[in-house]
Design a binder for this molecule. Structure first.
Ligand code: RRO
Length: 309
């Protein structure tokens, strides 16, 4: 049985997607098999985002691909995925869970992003989230998100072939994230996800060498939450399109902070790895209790509220 707190207070409209509550599974930690997605949905996620998928299968980097630090995780998975042709089966199965399914897409060219996004939507995806922000795979990810011309071309090419909402996941590893957001929106993005991981590394003091096989990876978890809140706040001041907050959310208060900064919904990733999928129902219950305590009738009333002060 899927758990959902059935109240209108928590419903959100995210660029046309209807969510029973504003929590979403972030791309990455889970999301390659329909089975792992299903556990998350049963624990109350309002929507799910899959692991990033590309045009061809990819093994990703050698181990170690993940290291736990005192304030979060650093990963350099290297985009492991089975390729979109294989992945369409998982998308079809995930559709049966009863929540919107967002497929995270990457490519090495604008054409590749468009081809993969179209196949995902044809298989039933309710939206595509363009990963233009992976911090450590060459010629995709942040190399696209940091270049306004290429970013705009990617978004335009995807929008030309996909009739479902297109989200763009932004990198914090840029000089001005609001400017990048504006480029994406002008090219047709329907919503923005902020943020992907922050470039980071860890070194083993005994062996004296970097721990990850790729040496550099992306930091997620509580350490990046204040960075992510600032990014959402800055984007909200610049664009009208909905923002999905992501980065270090572990409890309801973190989620409320993102909503006040301007997020319409929030994505949770690392907290699932650290605390398990029950985090969705705890965050959802906490948001609902906060709204009731403060006298708000809908979660929408607090989106961007911090800007009015
Ligand atoms: O697969 C990864 O190594 C990865 C990706 Br695609 C991403 O977008 N962000 C991240 O931290 N890791």
């Amino acid at each position: 049985m899927t758990w959902h707190l059935k109240t209108n207070r928590l419903r959100v409209d995210l660029a046309g997607l209807r969510l029973a509550n504003p929590t979403m599974l972030a791309s990455g930690i889970l999301g390659l098999s329909a089975e792992s997605l299903s556990n998350t949905v049963m624990d109350g996620a309002g929507a799910i985002v899959t692991k990033s998928v590309g045009s061809k299968p990819r093994n990703g980097y050698a181990n170690p691909t993940i290291v736990q630090t005192s304030c979060g995780l650093i990963n350099a998975m290297g985009l492991p995925n089975p390729g979109i042709n294989e992945f369409v089966k998982e998308i079809r199965e995930a559709k049966s869970f009863g929540v919107p399914v967002v497929v995270s897409v990457y490519g090495f060219s604008a054409e590749e992003y468009a081809t993969v996004a179209k196949k995902a939507v044809d298989a039933g995806a309710d939206a595509a989230e363009l990963n233009v922000s992976c911090p450590h795979v060459e010629e995709t990810g942040v190399e696209i998100g940091q270049n306004p011309e290429i970013l705009a071309e990617v978004v335009r090419k995807v929008k030309a072939v996909v009739e479902k909402p297109v989200f763009v996941k932004l990198s914090p590893n840029v000089a001005n994230i609001a400017e990048t957001a504006e480029v994406a929106v002008k090219a047709g993005a329907d919503a923005l996800t902020a943020i992907n991981t922050v470039k980071a590394m860890a070194i083993d003091t005994e062996t004296t060498v970097p721990i990850l096989s790729n040496k550099i990876g992306g930091l997620s978890g509580p350490a990046i939450k204040p960075i992510a809140v600032r990014c959402v706040y800055e984007i909200y001041e610049r664009v009208k399109e909905p923002i999905i907050g992501c980065g270090g959310i572990t409890n309801w208060r973190d989620a409320v902070e993102f909503l006040l900064a301007g997020a319409t919904a929030v994505q949770i990733g690392t907290a699932i790895a650290l605390k398990g999928p029950s985090v969705f129902r705890k965050v959802t219950r906490g948001i609902d209790a906060y709204l009731r305590r403060k006298g708000f009738k809908s979660v929408n009333e607090i989106v961007g509220l911090s800007h009015r002060s």
